[in-house]
Design a protein around this ligand. Structure first.
Ligand SMILES: [Zn+2]
Length: 82
């Protein structure tokens, strides 16, 4: 019996670019972190550039947030909405 659902073990890679050295690369979800703040200004994702080692931080729009959370990226909520 084989289902039609795709296995969840397919690795997901996110395209990213370093703002320091301009390198482009693909990162697995475990290498990215998403921080969701109270406003769009404080919502961003961050990663360490594999080329130059810089800590890169970029603003994350709604679509990026959806992509990252759906891809299993660790999400940190800076603002409690409860
Ligand atoms: Zn870099």
């Amino acid at each position: 019996m084989s289902g039609t659902m795709a296995p969840l073990s397919v690795p997901v890679l996110f395209k990213a670019a370093c703002s320091e050295c301009q390198a482009r690369f693909e990162l697995p979800p475990g290498s990215l972190r998403l921080a969701i703040g109270a406003s769009r200004r404080t919502t961003f994702y961050s990663f360490t550039c594999p080329e130059c080692g810089s800590a890169v931080r970029k603003p994350a729009g709604e679509r990026i947030v959806e992509l990252l959370t759906g891809g299993g990226v660790r999400t940190l909520r800076l603002h409690s909405t409860v």
